[in-house]
Ligand binder design. Structure first.
Ligand SMILES: Cc1ncc(COP(=O)(O)O)c(C=O)c1O
Length: 365
């Protein structure tokens, strides 16, 4: 069975010394030595100022909105994993969905201004599949209207624009280190911030709001990353460049096959962007290809290939959100089209060329 992803695990024997250290020190969590070291090494690797580690990205998203005191309405995309919008809901914030642009499926900046109201306080875009949003245009709009920008950067580990980390744009960016991501700590996440006082506030919030032994400064939550996750992160850092390199090679190999098939569209690399090749989305045009995305999806399953239709259905189509005015069918035409065409194909560092040959020749047939 071929699955859409296979988490990368370093050799077990390399993890054992980290475990020995944890067992010796007896420190399992609460900003332990591995946690501190991982925050430092990660900030350096990513080219960002401050990293606050979290036990997962969903809690990081919820906390980021708290850290910036976001209220009222937030403009966001329907084309993402559902946690993006859930984070707003958990903060009692009304999500306002805006359509995506057709090239990379990111929030369309040109459609933001039309939905801004006096209640709008922020924009929460997603760098979908790791491809950067139009960060300059989004920042421009945010500046004009006095809005905060929180990027769901869960797919964007290591992505750079003109050699600058994509995580340095906006007020805060959130990463996920979930097992299915390019970089994993089993479960995990982080908030990237740009000044010391904001990092401090985030660190209070993820630790129940404690600012000292007896002082609680906010109704915080428990979202701390454990030592075992941080240790895994330190070890994974040693492999990440090699893994992204392999993902790039695999993506190119898929491209050689799929670019020749009528009705199958791939996303191109963006000039001056360092990509992380986190997903391999293809878009099926039923008229040109001959069968629909869903038929291809089912046929691939019978061929023992388990792809995923990320991000079908749209978040705006789930029962929790479909009653919102911005979620009404017909209001998000580009997203509605993309979500009916997309399939993410298997992509992970250990994927072999003969497996790709088998998947692609099947798609070709
Ligand atoms: C775009 C996006 N946002 C948020 C999340 C939530 O991340 P986590 O599973 O680390 O909570 C994910 C994936 O899991 C995601 O793909």
């Amino acid at each position: 069975m071929i699955t859409v992803t296979k988490p990368f695990l370093p050799p077990l024997e390399e993890f054992i010394p980290y475990l020995n250290q944890i067992w010796d020190s007896g420190q399992l969590t609460n900003n332990g030595p591995f946690h501190q070291q991982f925050e430092e090494e990660l900030a350096e690797y990513l080219g960002v100022k401050y990293v606050s580690l979290f036990t997962n990205a969903t809690l990081a998203l919820v906390t980021a909105l708290q850290a910036l005191n976001i209220t009222g309405e937030v403009i966001t995309t329907p084309y993402s994993f559902v946690a993006t919008t859930h984070a707003l809901w958990w903060n009692n914030i009304k999500p306002v969905f805006v359509d995506i642009e057709p090239e990379y499926c990111n929030l369309d900046p040109e459609k933001i201004e039309a939905v801004i109201t006096p209640k709008t306080t922020a924009i929460m875009p997603v760098h979908v599949y790791g491809n950067p949003c139009n960060v300059r245009r989004i920042n421009e709009i945010a500046d004009i209207y006095g809005l905060k920008v929180i990027y769901d950067a869960c797919h964007s580990f290591g992505v750079k624009i003109n050699n600058e980390s994509v995580l340095n744009f906006g007020d805060l960016s959130i990463l996920s280190f979930h097992a299915t991501k390019v970089f994993n700590t089993f479960e995990g996440g982080a908030i990237i911030s740009h000044n010391k006082s904001m990092k401090k506030r985030i660190d209070f919030l993820k630790n129940f709001g404690f600012s000292g032994e007896t002082t609680v400064v906010a109704p915080g939550i428990n979202a701390k990353m454990s030592e075992i996750q941080a240790a895994m992160g330190l070890l994974q850092l040693k492999y990440i460049d090699k893994n992204i390199y392999k993902r790039h090679e695999i993506t190119q190999y898929y491209g050689e096959w799929l670019n020749k098939i009528s009705g199958i569209k791939l996303l191109n690399d963006i000039p001056n962007v360092k990509h992380n090749y986190s997903y391999l989305p293809i878009f099926v045009d039923v008229d040109k290809y001959g069968i629909s995305r869903d038929e291809l999806y089912e046929n691939l399953k019978e061929h023992n290939t388990y792809t995923r239709r990320y991000f079908y259905p749209l978040i705006s189509q789930f029962p929790t959100y479909r009653g919102l005015e911005s979620a009404q069918p017909g209001k998000l035409p580009v997203a509605e089209k993309a979500v009916d065409q997309v399939i993410c194909l298997p992509l992970y560092p250990e994927l072999q060329a003969n497996t790709i040959d088998s998947i692609c020749s099947f798609i070709k047939k």
